[in-house]
Design a protein around this ligand. Structure first.
Ligand code: HEC
Length: 170
């Protein structure tokens, strides 16, 4: 090998290494989950991860309210911010469960197959949550802690009602 050829050879080897690295990542044998897009234009993984991220945010906001209601001196501003966040988190919840984003998707999800069998009931439970969360927000902004506690309880009942039927237990 002459000195003139060496840099080219190294570059070629590096390019080959890159190619093989890509090749192994694309191996069709690896994941059972497919790259097929669902009716929302996203893959099942993207759909499920987005859904879970929204629900995590809702869970966090809910915990902030719960912790503050239990505290001797609730932080009203923190309650108000958390209550204001929930309605927008769940505003498009009816689009979070497209066909193909259930337990057969090959992605870890606690969404039960019954969601796709009893769609009307799921949608009723989504509406119930949205309406309770809107009331919780309005009540929180008004600032009466006792009334907030009532609205919080009513909202929590809508979470539980859906989880009991449509979410797998931990
Ligand atoms: C209409 C049904 C429904 C309602 C209402 C609902 N959830 Fe859920 N929730 C689900 C389903 C289904 C899952 C599982 C999602 C998945 O794993 O793909 C879930 C998952 C979660 C998770 C776990 C997210 C994760 O993967 O880490 C949290 C936290 C959560 N919900 C909180 C709440 C709270 C708080 C409320 C009420 C303010 C609520 N949910 C209302 C259906 C609902």
């Amino acid at each position: 090998m002459t000195p003139r050829q060496t840099p080219f050879a190294i570059a070629a080897l590096a390019a080959f290494a890159l190619l093989t690295a890509c090749g192994s990542g694309d191996s069709p044998a690896a994941p059972a989950e497919s790259a097929v897009t669902l009716e929302n234009g996203l893959t099942a993984r993207e759909t499920i991860e987005a859904r879970q991220a929204h629900l995590k945010n809702v869970g966090k906001a809910f915990k902030t309210i719960s912790d503050n209601l239990k505290a001797g001196e609730p932080d009203l501003a923190a309650i108000q911010a958390a209550a204001a966040a929930i309605p927008s988190e769940v505003s498009d919840m009816d689009t979070w469960f497209p066909a193909g984003s259930g337990p057969d998707a090959g992605v870890k999800t606690a969404a039960l197959a019954v969601i796709w069998e009893e769609r009307t009931e799921l949608e009723t439970k989504i509406t119930n949550l949205q309406s309770a969360a809107a009331t919780l927000d309005t009540t929180a902004q008004a600032g009466d802690i006792a009334a907030i506690a009532e609205a919080f309880k009513a909202t929590g009942a809508t979470c539980k009602s859906c989880h009991d039927k449509f979410r797998a237990e931990d």
